[in-house]
Write a protein that binds this ligand. Sequence first.
Ligand code: GLC
Length: 629
Amino acid sequence: EPCVYQNTDAPVEARVKDLLSRMTLPEKIGQMTQIERTVASPAAIRDFFIGSVLNAGGSAPFEDAKSSDWADMIDGFQRSASASRLGIPLIYGTDAVHGNNNVYGATVFPHNIALGATRFLRFFHFEQTNRSVKRAETEREICMRDADLVRRIGAATALEVRASGVHWAFAPCVAVLGDPRWGRSYECYGEDPGLVSEMTSLVSGLQGKPPVEHPNGYPFVAGSNNVVACAKHFVGDGGTDKGVNEGNTIASYEDLEKIHIPPYLKCLAQGVSTVMASYSSWNGSNLHSNYFLLTEVLKEKLGFKGFIVSDWEGLDRLSEPRGSNYRNCVKTAVNAGIDMVMVPFKYEQFIQDMADLVESGEIPMARVNDAVERILRVKFVAGLFEHPFSDRSLLGTVGCKEHRELGREAVRKSLVLLKNGNNADKPFLPLDRNAKRILVTGTHADDLGYQCGGWTKTWFGLSGRITIGTTLLDAIKAAVGDKTEVVYEKTPSKETLDSSEGFSYAIVAVGESPYAETIGDSSELIIPFDGSDIVTTVAERIPTLVMLISGRPVVLEPTVLEKTEALVAAWLPGTEGQGMADVIFGDCDFEGKLPVSWFKTVEHLPLNARANSYDPLFPLGFGLNSKPV
Ligand code: GLC
């Protein structure tokens, strides 16, 4: 007679209750422990009953490992877990934040800031409510935020993540962007809480869409083609003073409720299974220690029934120097409401401290039971007991044509046209694809790594041909007529510039080099690698379109804006560069609208459309169209 928890047909809550009742304290503490893949030996997993394994950004089985290599590694971890007394499967998590970005050959979608710019046009036929309304006003073009595109990206990402054996994606980041000086601006969908809330549709893509009767706040995963999602970082991570990463968000509780909490309501309504606590503080109180927000608000008031995972060494950051007095950090964070701890290396110390704290009663057994119940609930809901191992039949979805076409669509829809010609009746775009001779130049014209940005292959991202994909240059060459000569130079040479009259136009791609988290914090926000100088040098001689590859608004005035004919914010488009050619040559119209205000100078920051003194270079929601040919 199988135990209730092993009975697939038993209700989840009954399985949770039954399994919990069979567990020893070490087994319960093990479920709360998440370790990094480099320390996840078979002995560690088995003897410490480890509940979860993750990989740091850039930590891979080996260089350019493919999905099947990842699946081999993770299946290995799972075999060790299933060998434990109760055979509780472990849950493997990774930062698949714009596709399965660790894995060679995976589709790398545009980063969130680009997705926040995506729109589609919908015609609304308004009833003629009163005789005075003229015919033309009854039919209006409304720019709708393309939440369904983001959901589709989530579904595609889930397939590619599952194909690599991974069960859990640490996405979406639902930070509401308060200040572009923040190194994680590109991980935000934008500055408007409503926009960010709509783009949480990634949860329904990753996990599958729950049925209407699904209880709010209860974890949901549709099936084995889906993954567990993670809304992060709770709460107020995007609102820190001056955009300092892991900084302090000074705000009233009403401001949190108005600005930073709304996206979590939408995530809970979609059955998000996990939430990651933020490194940042609220009015000086570190989120990892904040019982009021983690437990009283998220769990009790909002009814979250999944589990809260700490951020990487989030507990260590509760003390100075970091990691000192660790037992006290464990006590504070677990009692505040952290259910699973992303240790991720010194797991023996964490486990020992937990055991001592429970023995001494400083952490109540009820708190441990609540944490483990939540973790087991997610594992049952995710079907891990039924499908603990990778499904190799999904390998064909990795980087498949359909997913790359989806990425290309996202790129097309995310580009924002900021300038198109020096006077309205002489638009510069769409470009003539049959021009005789064109110049393509700039540090970002032929660099796939730069197009992908941070969290790609490595934590911070790289330059160069790092995976399979299409650079802007590749896309331009594929788009122009066969009589068009494309001259490419990463930096324009003197002879090229001296023969500038021979060019119909120039496309200059400049922007930011990849970064992540604190190393991305910037108080200057100027275009690196003398990007503005390259633009000026070319634009003074040749009619120029500038493609800006950046994770956020950067300083444009005075040169980049005045001296050029046209300017496109391309954000961080990822591997499907073809989407950029689609709009600049006019196969498709520009539809993107700014998800974030574009400042004039950094002295004006923070700059939000909500503020009363609002004087942007380009306002939130700005974006020109160029009629397709
Ligand atoms: C990082 C980030 C978090 C990420 C985690 C695991 O420091 O803050 O977003 O999911 O650690 O890589």
